[in-house]
Structure formats: structure tokens, C-alpha cells
Design a protein around this ligand. Structure first.
Ligand code: IPE
Ligand code: IPE
Ligand code: MG
Length: 264
């Protein structure tokens, strides 16, 4: 398994283009309400934004895109809304996977999938398997995901692999058991919809991510809005605890992996 640098222990290589973008897709309900539409209409439109965002990542050569689709707390919503979200997930998997596969997208779903119905679980399995050898973009959908669930399951699995009291767990032991151990930590975390909170998303991995909050509602998060987020990212200085002077004295950052310019 690939081992990535932990940003609190080592300094990851950075570039003008984030390798990994993680997004809380928020604001579907408010988008619908503004138009006097039912909430599900917002979720439907939200799927189109997912499609456009995947395309945006492919065009730019972003390697990892992680989307928060359903949190472990979203079960608290009205039953009909939960059911619409599940149906949408099933439909999107059925309709989109062929195109994703053609475009070199590898799909992964992280979260506690045990609570999903067998049809959805089988579809997730089949979609992951079908796209398993693709490398151009790793698209992760976080579904029934919670950052605390992730840390706890990682600790528990790390402890299981530990002979009794041999030594204390290290960051590496824990990180290698997180649901997304296959990906580097997100460079850029985006939340649409105006709220400025993490809502139990990737708690461990966001330690040194650049955070970008926008009021744009998810159904309206278009190519220009994505470019604005990437431009904001490009203008930041990622110090990882060091001083600005230290950064200036060290070698310049490496360019984007594909050399694809960002149309900001
Ligand atoms: C995000 O949009 C979608 C999910 C949480 C599944 P919301 O449904 O939270 O939209 P708002 O926040 O009510 O506008
Ligand atoms: C976070 O959005 C979860 C997803 C986008 C899937 P919410 O709309 O559920 O977050 P809160 O409850 O407002 O924090
Ligand atoms: Mg919301």
C-alpha cells in the first residue's frame, strides 16, 4: 500500500495545483427553496455539479477528488429525504460509472456501508471493481461517513494488529488504517453553501489542508466557482509550521504534475 507523508510529521511536497481536493457539497436544499422547489430538486441538480466537478478535475490533472455525499448524521433527516438521497446514489452509480470508466476514473466509496441496503452495496462493489485499475483520477464518495467513525475504526483495527502492549500506536499505525489510507491528505478542502464548519468530515486528514469556504450553493458551483477556489489555493503560502523566510530560502515549489494551466 502507498504510504503518504503525514503533514504533522513531515513536510509534504506542494505544487500550484492541489493533488487532492475534498469537498463538502452543501446548499442543495437552500438552492431548491430559493426557487420554491422541493429539496429533492436541489439534490438532483447537485448530481450535475458532481459531474462537472469530476470533469474539471480530469481537465486539470487533479489526482484525487473526495466528495462528502452523506454524513453519519444525515440519517437524522426526514425519512423521505434520506430515501431520495439513496435512490439518487443508486441512479448516479448506474448511469455514471460507464463514463467514469471510459475517462480513467477510479471510484471508491468510504464510510460505514453496513447500514445501506444490499442493492446499493452490491452496486458500490461492482462499480469499485469495474474501475479498480483506473489511475487518472481517484474519485472518493464519502457515504455514511463520519470523521470520528473513521478515527475510531482505524484505532480499533490498529490495536487488533498490535501484539499486546508491545508499544504505543504511532501516527503511521493509525493513518494506515483510515478509510482513505490510499490517498494523500487533502491539499484543498472546499465547503459550499456558506456554512463554516467541518460537520464531522475528514477530521484527521484535514490537519494541514487549505480551507476554502464559499457562499455559492452546491448546485451553482460551476467551473468558474471551482477555478476561484483553485486560484485562492494557488495564492496561499503553505508553511506547515515553518516561517515565511524559511520557505523563501528553500527551493521553489514544483509545478503542477501535468503542466495543465488553471483557467482562473
Ligand atoms: C447537501 O445539501 C446535501 C446533503 C447533505 C446530502 P443540503 O441538503 O444540506 O442543503 P441545505 O444545507 O439544506 O441547503
Ligand atoms: C454536511 O452537510 C454533509 C454533507 C454535505 C453530506 P450538512 O448540511 O448535513 O451539514 P450540517 O448539518 O449543516 O452541519
Ligand atoms: Mg446542508
Amino acid at each position: 500500500m502507498a504510504h503518504f507523508v503525514s503533514s504533522t510529521r513531515d513536510i509534504p511536497a506542494t505544487s500550484a495545483l492541489p493533488r487532492h481536493v475534498a469537498i463538502i457539497m452543501d446548499g442543495n436544499g437552500r438552492w431548491a427553496r430559493k426557487r420554491m422547489l422541493p429539496r429533492f430538486a436541489g439534490h438532483h441538480r447537485g448530481v450535475e455539479t458532481v459531474r462537472a466537478t469530476v470533469r474539471g478535475c480530469l481537465e486539470r490533472g487533479i489526482e484525487y477528488l473526495t466528495l462528502f455525499a452523506f454524513s453519519s448524521e444525515n440519517w437524522r433527516r426526514p425519512e423521505e429525504e434520506v430515501s431520495v438521497l439513496m435512490q439518487l446514489f443508486v441512479r448516479a452509480l448506474k448511469e455514471e460509472v460507464t463514463k467514469m470508466h471510459r475517462n480513467g476514473v477510479r471510484l471508491r466509496v468510504v464510510g460505514d456501508l453496513s447500514r445501506f441496503d444490499p442493492e446499493l452495496r452490491a452496486l458500490i462493489d461492482a462499480s469499485e471493481q469495474r474501475t479498480a485499475t483506473n489511475k487518472r483520477l481517484i474519485l472518493t464518495i464519502a457515504a455514511n461517513y463520519g470523521g470520528r467513525w473513521d478515527i475510531l475504526q482505524a484505532v480499533n483495527r490498529a490495536l487488533l494488529g498490535q501484539p499486546k502492549k508491545s508499544r504505543e500506536l504511532t501516527e503511521g499505525d493509525l493513518a494506515s488504517h483510515l478509510a482513505m489510507s490510499y490517498a494523500p491528505e487533502p491539499d484543498l478542502f472546499i465547503r459550499t453553501g456558506g456554512e463554516q464548519r467541518i460537520s464531522n468530515f475528514l477530521l484527521w486528514q484535514l490537519a494541514y489542508s487549505e480551507i476554502y469556504f464559499t457562499d455559492v450553493l452546491w448546485p451553482e458551483f460551476d467551473a468558474a466557482a471551482f477555478s476561484a477556489a483553485l486560484l485562492s489555493y494557488q495564492q496561499r503560502e503553505r508553511r506547515f509550521g515553518r516561517t515565511s523566510e524559511q520557505l523563501l530560502a528553500s527551493s521553489p515549489p514544483v509545478g503542477p504534475p501535468t503542466g495543465t494551466p488553471i483557467d482562473a
